[in-house]
Every structure is written in structure tokens, then in C-alpha cells.
Design a protein around this ligand. Structure first.
Ligand code: DGY
Length: 330
């Protein structure tokens, strides 16, 4: 690899990664807060050997077709639903992601959201600040306790496991889960029990979604699923917004089909402030911050740079979602 390899980084990311990449490649960084426009990407990708993309950049077939010698797409995320993986593989472009390093931070946010909505923190804090705190109220701001409640994990991968572990050992919660495959570690260490979706919906006091977004999970939660949940149940989503139907969720929360929801992810992102979900007291939305800690973002950046540098050097990536991809030599 020569230093003449060109790389595009679609946003400012932690400096450690930028420096690593600059050492080996001619690097351009999109400097704005908002994602680069499509035309910019189409023009810049033309001569790039590698791109560092964010989950807000749509890297589709048409964009890849603009590139003359793109070898690697290094996504600054573990989720890769913003990239057409099939198209990348067909073109011999390696796709990298950052698994593992954001597991603990994401599980922390899942638990934080659960605690916040179970005990109505956001709603009561707003009431305090706006003068609606008139006195100590015996019947005011009543919430749900966590101890011993059953938690249902949808998608028992790394993050699902880390969330379940916190809840099992922290609050003695029995764990049930619904997942493509059996998680032996969860069954052994947390006594987790794999169940069908209906059992999970009907039995869980709290449901936490950790699945990736794919054709099977898109729209997985609709009014039909909310109707099966306990009226006291809480739903947490830190995976991807389109896993649930937000119109149906708003209706279910309004009707009291479930107690509350905590969302780190929405569809679209950002969710416009006029959206009905913001007006519901039993819904707390935070702006996709699950991995937003100094340590995690630095680690994501480090892996991202490592993947990028391997890819432009035609070497195997440390973390890739298409290991079957065979590099086409020009
Ligand atoms: C990811 O990496 O996919 C996360 O959603 C970022 O927080």
C-alpha cells in the first residue's frame, strides 16, 4: 500500500483513529455535524480505496458503483443496516464493523432506560421543574419495582446477554429470551430459558430488544404484539428503530396496553419533535446514545481504523461481516 491510497471519513471521529489513518493514507474528513450530502459522497468515493462510514450514511449499490477501486467500507458501528452487504460482497469490497466494544455501554443504557421509565424519572423531573410538584403525593408518580420481575430479552447476543446479566444479578430477575440461536452461556450462567415469542410477550414484565435489523425483525413489534403484553409491562429498545411500529406503539401506550417504553433508537433518526411519542408521558426517547461514552467511542474508532487500514492494504479485516468477500484485483 502506498500513502497515495485515498480515504474518506464521513464525520469527525475520535482523533486517535484519524491519526492512525492519516499515517498511511491521504485522508479527507467531512467536517460538518450533519451527514455529507449524497452528491459529495458520490464524487469523493470515486477515487477512494476506503471509506469510514457512520450509521447515518447510506452506502448502497449505486454509491459503490461510483467507486473505481473501493476496497473497504469500515463502519463506525456494530450495526451495518446502512450498508448493502450483498452488493459490497459482489464487488469484492470488505465491510468492517465494531462488535464487542460497545456491549457494556449499550447494556448500561438499556438498564438506565428501564429504571427511568419504571420509576417515571423523566416525567416527574419535568413536573418538578415546571411547578407541578405541589406537595408530597401518596398517589403521585407511582411506578414499577424491578426486584424479581421477569425480563424477556429479544435477541440474546452479546448486548442482550450483558443486559440480562445486569438485571439477573442486580435485581434477581428470571430471564427468558427469544433468539435465532440458543445461547448456552446465558442458559448456564443466568439460568435463561429460551421461549417462543408469544410466551415472551405474555410472561415478561420487562422486554428489552437487542436484535439486529433484518427483513425478519423489521416491524417485529406491532399492535398485535403490544396487545399480548401485560398492561404493567415495559418495553426497551436499544437496537434499531424499525424493529417496532411506532404508530402502533404510540397507540398502545395511549391505551395503556403497556405501562411505558424507553427508546434509544427511532425511525427515522432524529425523530421529529412533533412526533406523538414525545407527547406521551410514559415514553422516554433519547437520541441514540447507547455507545456514547468516551471509552467506547475511542475503542470503536480504534477498531474502525484497524479495519480500514487492513482493507486498503488488501489484508483480512479484524472484524468483518462479509468474510466471504474476495478482493477483486484491478
Ligand atoms: C451501533 O454501533 O450499531 C450502535 O447502534 C451505535 O450506538
Amino acid at each position: 500500500m502506498s500513502k497515495s491510497a485515498k480515504v474518506l471519513i464521513t464525520r469527525k471521529i475520535p482523533i486517535n483513529a484519524i491519526q492512525q489513518i492519516q499515517e498511511v493514507a491521504e485522508t479527507e474528513i467531512w467536517p460538518e455535524q450533519l451527514p455529507p450530502p449524497r452528491e459529495y459522497l458520490e464524487e469523493k468515493i470515486r477515487d477512494c480505496a476506503g471509506i469510514v462510514s457512520l450509521l447515518t450514511d447510506s452506502i448502497d449499490e449505486k454509491l459503490m458503483a461510483c467507486a473505481k477501486d473501493l476496497r473497504v467500507i469500515s463502519n463506525f458501528a456494530v450495526g451495518v443496516n446502512n450498508i448493502d452487504i450483498q452488493a459490497a460482497t459482489a464487488r469484492g469490497i470488505a465491510v468492517g464493523n465494531t462488535p464487542g466494544v460497545l456491549t457494556q455501554a449499550t447494556a448500561d443504557i438499556a438498564v438506565s432506560l428501564l429504571l427511568a421509565v419504571a420509576r417515571r424519572l423523566h416525567e416527574s423531573a419535568l413536573d418538578a421543574a415546571s411547578g407541578n410538584w405541589k406537595t408530597w403525593e401518596p398517589l403521585g408518580w407511582l411506578g414499577q419495582e424491578l426486584e424479581g420481575k421477569t425480563v424477556g430479552i429479544v435477541g440474546m447476543g452479546r448486548i442482550g446477554f450483558a443486559t440480562a446479566k445486569r438485571l439477573h444479578f442486580g435485581w434477581d430477575m428470571p430471564i427468558i429470551y427469544h433468539s435465532r440461536s440458543t445461547n448456552a452461556e446465558a442458559e448456564q450462567k443466568l439460568q435463561a430459558r429460551k421461549v417462543d415469542m408469544d410466551t415472551l410477550l405474555q410472561t415478561s414484565d420487562f422486554i428489552s430488544i437487542h436484535t439486529d435489523l433484518n427483513p425478519q425483525t423489521r416491524g417485529m413489534f406491532t399492535i398485535k404484539e403490544f396487545e399480548k403484553m401485560k398492561p404493567s409491562a415495559i418495553l426497551i429498545n436499544t437496537s434499531r428503530g424499525p424493529v417496532l411500529n411506532q404508530t402502533d406503539l404510540a397507540k398502545a401506550l395511549r391505551l395503556g396496553l403497556l405501562f411505558a417504553a424507553g427508546l434509544d433508537v427511532t425511525d427515522p433518526e432524529p425523530l421529529p419533535p412533533s412526533h406523538e411519542l414525545y407527547s406521551l408521558k410514559n415514553c422516554l426517547i433519547v437520541p441514540h446514545i447507547a455507545s456514547a461514552t468516551f471509552a467506547t467511542r475511542n475503542e470503536m474508532a480504534r477498531i474502525c481504523a484497524e479495519n480500514l487500514i487492513a482493507g486498503i492494504s488488501n489484508k483480512p479485516l479484524r472484524f468483518t461481516v462479509n468474510p466471504e468477500c474476495i478482493r477483486k484485483q484491478n
